[in-house]
Design a protein around this ligand. Sequence first.
Ligand SMILES: Cc1cc2nc3c(=O)[nH]c(=O)nc-3n(C[C@H](O)[C@H](O)[C@H](O)COP(=O)(O)OP(=O)(O)OC[C@H]3O[C@@H](n4cnc5c(N)ncnc54)[C@H](O)[C@@H]3O)c2cc1C
Ligand code: FES
Ligand code: FES
Length: 1368
Amino acid sequence: MAHSLPSCVSSGSPNGEALCVCCLPGVRALRLCVAVDGSTLAALPRHFPAAQLRLSSLSSCSLTHEHPVGLSGTKLGCGEGGCGACTVMFSKYDRLQNKIVHFPANACLAPICSLHHVAVTTVEGIGSTRTRLHPVQERIAKSHGSQCGFCTPGIVMSMYTLLRNQPEPTMEEIEDALQGNLCRCTGYRPILQGFRTFARDGGCCGGKGNDPNCCMNQKKDHTVTLSPSLFNPEEFMPLDPTQEPIFPPELLRLKDAPQKQLHFEGERVTWIQASTLKELLDLKAQHPEATLVVGNMEIGIEMKFKNKLFPLIVCPAWIPELNSVEHGEEGISFGASCPLSCVEKTLLDAVAQLPTHKTEVFRGVLEQLRWFSGKQLKSVASIGGNVITASPISDLNPVFMASGAKLTMVSRGTRRTIRMDHTFFPGYRKTLLGPEEILLAIEIPYSREGEFFSSFKQSSGREDYVAKVTSGMRVLFKPGTTQIEELVLCYGGMADRTISALKTTRKQLSKFWNEELLQDVCAGLAEELQLAPDAPGGMIEFRRTLTLSFFFKFYLTVLQKLGKVDSEDKCGKLDPTFASATLLFQKDPPTNVQLFQEVPKGQSEEDMVGRPLPHLGASMQACGEAMYCDDIPRYQNELSLRLVTSTRAHAKIKSIDTSEAQKVPGFVCFLSADDVSGSNKTGFFNDETVFANDEVTCVGHIIGAVVTDTPEHAQRAAQAVKITYEDLPAIITIEDAIKHNSFYGSELKIEKGDLQKGFAEADNIVSGEFYIGGQEHFYLETHCAIAVPKGEAGEMELFVSTQNTTKTQAFVAKVLGVPANRILIRVKRLGGGFGGKEIRSTLVSTAVAVGAYKTGCPVRCMLDRDEDMLITGGRHPFLARYKVGFMKTGRIVALEVDHYSNAGNTLDLSEAIMQQTLLHMDNGYKIPNIRGTGWLCKTNLPSNTAFRGFGRPQGMLIAEHWMSEIAVTCGLPAEEVRRKNMYKEGDLTHFNQKLEGFTLTRCWDECLASSQYHARKSEIDKFNKENCWKKRGLCIVPTKFGVSFTVHFLNQAGALIHVYTDGSVLLTHGGTEMGQGLHTKMVQVASRALKIPTSKIYISETSTNTVPNTSPTAASVSTDLNGQAVYEACQTILKRLEPFKRKNPSGSWEDWVIAAYQDAVSLSATGFYKAPDVGYSFETNSGNPFNYFSYGVACSEVEIDCLTGDHKNLRTDIVMDVGSSLNPAIDIGQVEGAFVQGLGLFTLEELQYSPEGSLYTRGPSTYKIPTFDSIPIEFRVSLLRDSPNKKAIYASKAVGEPPLFLAASVFFAIKDAIRAARAQHKDYDMKELFRLDSPATQEKIRNACVDKFTTLCVTGVPENCKAWSLRV
Ligand SMILES: Cc1cc2nc3c(=O)[nH]c(=O)nc-3n(C[C@H](O)[C@H](O)[C@H](O)COP(=O)(O)OP(=O)(O)OC[C@H]3O[C@@H](n4cnc5c(N)ncnc54)[C@H](O)[C@@H]3O)c2cc1C
Ligand code: FES
Ligand code: FES
């Protein structure tokens, strides 16, 4: 490992040596003893900045500048415990269990000081491409589970830790282990499939050939060979647990050493690790203001994101009394420091061993813990920490309160035990704990005969740990009756603290458990649990309804349990169609099938085109060796930059005061518009500033930046900059913009046919409004840039995480006032881009360039996740107003749609995006008379920008929305109406492009057949009849995706090839690698063109000094354009080698190369390509905007819980036309990844803004992207066979963006299920249209399933009441 250690310290023995920092020179009286990857020292100097308390400092290369550790494999994705990118394994000797324990943890929140005697294993510690990959690393790489790779080290470490504890896990254990990890690229399926090979219940797809649809049965085909597997598990190294690194003997030797108090002093924080209860209580008596920290999950967040300082921290994690577990007479008592994983394990054991009636409460706690973030959190977060945090949305406190859990609190000389009830939380984040008291233990009670308990949690997604509403409910019946003796209903998320619905429950005493009680409790809860229309968290009606839904579920559950022992007349009859309402949400084991066409028989073994070659960076990514921008080692004199941004949406800047910032240690300078040596004007249309001049136009507008010695000091200094504003009127929403006529330019329009005539002919006309929310890119690697001044002639080298080297170069040159030839932009790889790094990356790169220019030093900036989300914009929200005319048969005759996008405070790419929306407003349908208009709303939000699909998903979703309304209005099956209106080969689109090679109908028919659509539709109808509160829906949706940049000249690309005399080839092209496998495909193309193995070809990076004037890596065309340019360059080389081949036909590649060299023939060549015949005029509606179209169809089935709004994606079938696939593994990866990102867009991800235009959703805790659990349980992807595309390299087709829209099938399947729920009302009109905007979140689903509970919770909004959040 290439870690540099202080010279006085040996790197330890290979089997793991722990070194104590007290042996470091200049460090006095320290006892911190940590082993990192067995042989590496983690050093803590005597004085350390507060932020360096976190272990994530390891991933940012150094604990201190003097003592670099240099472990960059562990990634920092969010810094708040929500993404798992920083997962490492901790191992320690557990004195209570008397054994070594291993557990996963998030490095970003782990305090270094808490790691005394702990061995830390990072991804670098388990395997390497230079020696041997660990089987976990090998399998994720070879099963195509790593695209951009930024999530991969964390996922590897979660899996590795599981295997250390359980070498033969079940699939369920694997899924649990990965619950705390996010991936934005892969769509999770390949990761699960790769890891399935470790599972004892693995197997190919679970079907094992028994199911007629199993891949095993689809293998045989008369005309082509279909391959069922993208990798061969037989190639995998076996897992050999005996080969794992041992626990460092030095640490083991310390296992019996007495634990003494530890004391560390930081720059602003003192950390004391108490070793006995007495010590702890003495410390608390002396310093009542001291903060206890156990897992740091709460305090860590407060320090990082709320800028709170805790000068004195006392850690009680070692104290035996606080870690004990005691099985008592009345319940099980847990010491307050017990991690939640220990609580979970203990309760699981108890449930297995004790009689059922005793474990009602335990099962309630376990149900909450099931959805409690990932293993990383549960392994370190304490039960006491959860209680004392007193979060109003704690999952456990309602359960503890409802169960009457006992809390023991002690201080020096006092001890008291109380039952947790409604008085325990006297206010927001307050408890009854006195200043000198600590929580010693919590006893969770056994339940009694006749006592029933349930718990509920509803959050944005099933694996979302931040609850909207949580609840614990308990009822005790009088012996032998169903008459209530005690009823306690406690809720989180309904007030500023955990509450008990006392008014309602008190009235129920002595009543019977029947329908009357149900009605009464529901009416009572609706009355008692009110929320103000502007209550924080919003979703007022949803949250109120949930309180009733939960009770209803509890009511039914109890009824069901009673029914097992009591006769019906005693407890009332449970309607059999209600039974499924009580079923707890279950994770089902995923199954999947991927079908693709194998290469033709006879294709040379060396020709890798068409084969599932793994991503070339995958192994390095899995080992943590792949270098991302921020992994570049720090320069000696490097400085850190932190942006200072506006907190106002629209305001004049009155003053900027940096005096406090200047006092922060390491402060170097503050940058403002005055420091820009060239032009401060920047942006795609010159309408942006590097630093705001005197006015800000959105929250997050960059005003300036501080430059300091370390990132931690930069953060402190930036927070210390004081800005005063004079507010100006702000426009936040699309409606505001329409009202104030606030648009960029005039409207865009496409018109064809005679609209008036069309509407006049129509049998029916439907009009309405439809809204699609925006989306955050959430690339796992946030924006990052390093500017390195070269010291002469204005030269500067920048390493940037960007999709657009050319614009980065141009913007930096302009800002510095130097010619472009002085600016070199280099990009190795991106940890995801999705369009977010096409233009917005220049926000950071121009700022660091100004900093480097001013200071003469290298300057680095990597945005924190919250800054990134705040500043850089995302997908445009859209509002559509439409009118569609159609015949009784469902045939469309006229369509008019006005599209409004929220463009934000600058134009950026909004116009081009709207153009694509208009060009895709037909999706796959022929519309004879049509008019589409588009307005770009100028608002005071951060500028929205490119995002995978680039306006097309919005246009197509609107199309499918009115299409579904046509079907309902006509009373016809939706799939029939869609098919009827679908284009045919040779048709002209509304923009007059002829459709040639139109494969959409083939995709449609294949998908309809392979998904067994019609048979399943009948099954779903049956299911819906039999289940009142769970409904299923099914929908099939097509996509037609035009491929090309709309700006004509961007459809060009360049490549550069150097052949060296050993025969190795260095290839460069204009595209950047961001996980999509572009470099892999380019190597495949060059390998076929040159007829040499891929192993001889290497791509190092993308840079402006190798291929100039490149187009951004965007629009899905990078393979088409760069591939053709690479091909051209190869042809030049081949032509030059031709004479030498002729001379020596039996020679090798190396022979010809060396011969050419010796004959003084150039072995370096460029290639250039421009796409022909592309160019369209909006004025004349003529010309071809696209080179060709990609097509696909998806059919999805969902199940919704009508009471909570939860939904499960049961199955998705996709048929995608990718032409002749260059690499089926990468193409299927793109299909699945895009689909899952679309799933997020249409069903999950919701940005929330305050009425003042400030983004609330700034991290994974508040913004939910799909997780492992979100993907369809059955996921079948097949690539359309025999569909070569003559318009792109080797007959392939673009694939990056087109499949994203197919997730609309899930959206409309949900709508279908909601319709079934609404149809239960007796006065339901079969042709009723109802509105469901995108995304179809739980809130929207629940609210749309109108029933007796929603009606009780209708909440009036007084005029002038500002809701907590706005639809922008
Ligand atoms: C990513 C993430 C996911 C989360 N998911 C959930 C979730 O699903 N559900 C949920 O309810 N919460 C969740 N939380 C909140 C948090 O993790 C829990 O509240 C956790 O149990 C806190 O424990 P800790 O040991 O980390 O607390 P710490 O941060 O160490 O301490 C929390 C508070 O408790 C005090 N404290 C700790 N021990 C004692 C003691 N013995 N006596 C007195 N005071 C004490 C501390 O002083 C501090 O004020 C999540 C947090 C994060 C960061
Ligand atoms: S970086 Fe630690 S969990 Fe995201
Ligand atoms: S591969 Fe998982 S985030 Fe990119």
